[in-house]
Design a protein. Structure first.
Length: 105
């Protein structure tokens, strides 16, 4: 077994690199979809709970995300990844609401 690994080290390394690159590409592609889901949930939480309830909205969005995301996506995206996407969604919504306010005034 050890000699097999030594003799085929280059091939094994190439396969591992290929798998890593493929995984990274998959995560990048899926990130856009997960970002859209997170944004939808941020908007839903804002509609449901209103202003001044940030901690409640955060907890609700996190719970909804983990209810809706398939296991494979939960494995691909860490809590930190989700937190970043959630914050981006909040900023996107704030920007949209600010623009709407300017257009109304």
């Amino acid at each position: 077994m050890k000699s097999f690994i030594i003799q085929n080290a280059a091939s094994i390394a190439a396969v591992l690199i290929f798998i890593a690159v493929l995984g990274a590409m998959l995560k990048l592609k899926l990130a856009a979809q997960v970002r859209q889901i997170v944004y939808y949930l941020v908007v839903k939480a804002e509609q449901l709970y209103g202003a001044g309830t940030g901690e409640i909205k955060y907890a609700a969005v996190i719970a909804w995300i983990y209810e809706r995301l398939p296991l494979v996506l939960r494995l691909l995206f860490t809590q930190k990844d989700i937190d970043i996407m959630l914050e981006q969604g909040v900023q996107r919504l704030k920007k949209l609401l600010l623009e709407d306010k300017k257009n109304i005034a």
